[in-house]
Write a protein of this length. Sequence first.
Lengths: 412, 412
Amino acid sequence: MSAKLIGACIFGQSGGPTSVINASAYGVIKTALESEAITKVYGAAHGIQGVLKDQLYVMDEEDPEELRYLLHTPSSELGSCRYKMADPDVDVTDYKRILEIFKKYNVRYFFYNGGNDSMDTCNKISRYMKSVNYDCHVMGVPKTIDNDLYGTDHCPGFGSAAKYIATSCMEINKDARVYDNKMIVIVEIMGRHAGWLAASAALATYFGSGPDLIYLPECDFDMDRFLADVDDLYRKEGKVFVAVSEGIHYADGSFVSEAKTSATDGFGHAQLGGLAGMLAEVVKEHTGAKVRGIELSLLQRCGAHLASETDIEEAFNAGKVAVENAVDGKSGYMVAFERENVDGRYHCEYTLLPLEKVANYEKKVPLEWINKNENGLTEDFIEYALPLIQGEPDLPKVNSLPRYAKLKKVLA
Amino acid sequence: MSAKLIGACIFGQSGGPTSVINASAYGVIKTALESEAITKVYGAAHGIQGVLKDQLYVMDEEDPEELRYLLHTPSSELGSCRYKMADPDVDVTDYKRILEIFKKYNVRYFFYNGGNDSMDTCNKISRYMKSVNYDCHVMGVPKTIDNDLYGTDHCPGFGSAAKYIATSCMEINKDARVYDNKMIVIVEIMGRHAGWLAASAALATYFGSGPDLIYLPECDFDMDRFLADVDDLYRKEGKVFVAVSEGIHYADGSFVSEAKTSATDGFGHAQLGGLAGMLAEVVKEHTGAKVRGIELSLLQRCGAHLASETDIEEAFNAGKVAVENAVDGKSGYMVAFERENVDGRYHCEYTLLPLEKVANYEKKVPLEWINKNENGLTEDFIEYALPLIQGEPDLPKVNSLPRYAKLKKVLA
């Protein structure tokens, strides 16, 4: 093996925030600061936008003790973006600019932390740098509460979101059944195309206090069948608790929430929302029941106070493994998770997956984990998800409220 | 003092659930089970409705270890109700029925756990029993996330809800500022007439990650001034985080959310909701900004995983003190909290307040704790609220999810 590549690194965060994306940041930054091959550690302000705008924070200037708080600070502390890179075969403007910045700071390592779209960005940068013979090791660090990245058993961020959703559903279920009256509750959970998050509500049901019915975007939604499901339970029990994925859609592919949709995000994805309220209206009209719609909204992706310690550890390790492998000469990969069973216990192995294999594929909940009525999950899903929510982090608090990282963010 | 009154007791839960109302239940039940004067401990199913319907659970049949889980089980485990008792001077039907049940089970102690309306119920029952010379000691145990009970420094349930709101606002604030774009977030918080809960969002701001603007029902809401406040910050900062109480109203008293109102609860209170979405629409139209409305909904009142240990302890003690005083011969009182400063530290003293003094009064946030622009809180509020959210409970969990009480609920 040739001598190690020596130079600076840039780390960037991209896409929707999670409870543990900063744990991956800490994994990358700490390992990079300790690496002899890496001369300087830059954090890009708002992901690739910070590279393009030459807005880089010098991580070497931060207090190492303060950086540790990143393990329990939700959202993307360096700032995130939803910036769609052009195809380098069509338009190289952005890539030339990135190369210019890489040369300016002698950047030889690039770590990008995000979901599907971010791995696409990462892959394009990797290909471009190769095409212009600029020696730079590029690694993707996975992140997405949506859990839809291809080629990895699960994604950092999912376990904590799943734990937030399961715990909140247990509490909502307790609350919704308190009066001696008839009542229907509809909870809307994130997940545009993959139903992993809404499926997590099944953990609450498994432990005796969760939704009666769960609808995922993996199956076509049929309003008549949905109303019949709800009506049936309502007549039998008087109380119905429904969880729906924001991405449920009719057989023709149109989102159930579509009537409420107006804006789109930077990638042309429709911005969904208002589904719970809309379904509540439909169900109220159909059953005459008192119906409450609840949207877990941003809370489910930033609820760091309910993070899974397993998720935090794996997110940290994903960042650490990315740096270690890049320094060892690897480039063009995303860190992936492989689930192993060691003496009957869950164990996570870290592997590398070529970026071009992962970019732009979406992994969905296997249809065989959805019950035959398409309104609930089987025990296979519980077995899959349960290990991912385990462990209680030792949250730093001041006055019984979260103590987040306070970075100096010194610009390069 | 005369010999102790010997007989059974009934405990009931009423009104909206909280994270700690079951801690009060445990305080009453445990103390009553251990009391020599109390021969049997009944829990009414769905509050006073369970008495009227002769649906009483025998608490003596429960496993004492299982009852302990009530300390961390949200919502009202015995079931709650919103049942308005008639004025006994006008219609004694319900009171006669209650007397019949009391006689049937030799009930000599009645403990009722709830907010304003429940203290009114409690007071009416106490007066009726006296008027018919039925010897029964009646005690109210306070409870309300709204924190609006008269004559008590604060109410069990408020501290935990405040902690949930403050923590969630800190997380939402982190999430809302992640992108390098302009963005307005509006969070709707419970509180029909008193703004204590929305005010709690100021704790998040005080610790560096909370709403920029907070609007309470204690002040008349002026839409033009509100839009000017938001617009001003939006132009300066690009990001605005607003918290509003569901009960904000115009100078004429009409609720801002009123257009969205249809149903009313059992007491004729308007059922509010949909305010965040409505204000988001108005702000979007006015500023052209991307605006997200978030309703904390039921989550804020049942978020036991974020309960304040101080709140749990005080809720337990409120129940305990109610039983101890009733056995000692007191009747017609509500347990109240007095704040003391012991060597510079917060301390809670338990006192008794005549029920007729507390029933149907609403305690609001003092106007001098609201800033002069009527869009934020002063440090006096922080000093008041901070001690109430302190302490991390040792939550029983199974598989990293809450383990709630599982009662047998054997009917008498």
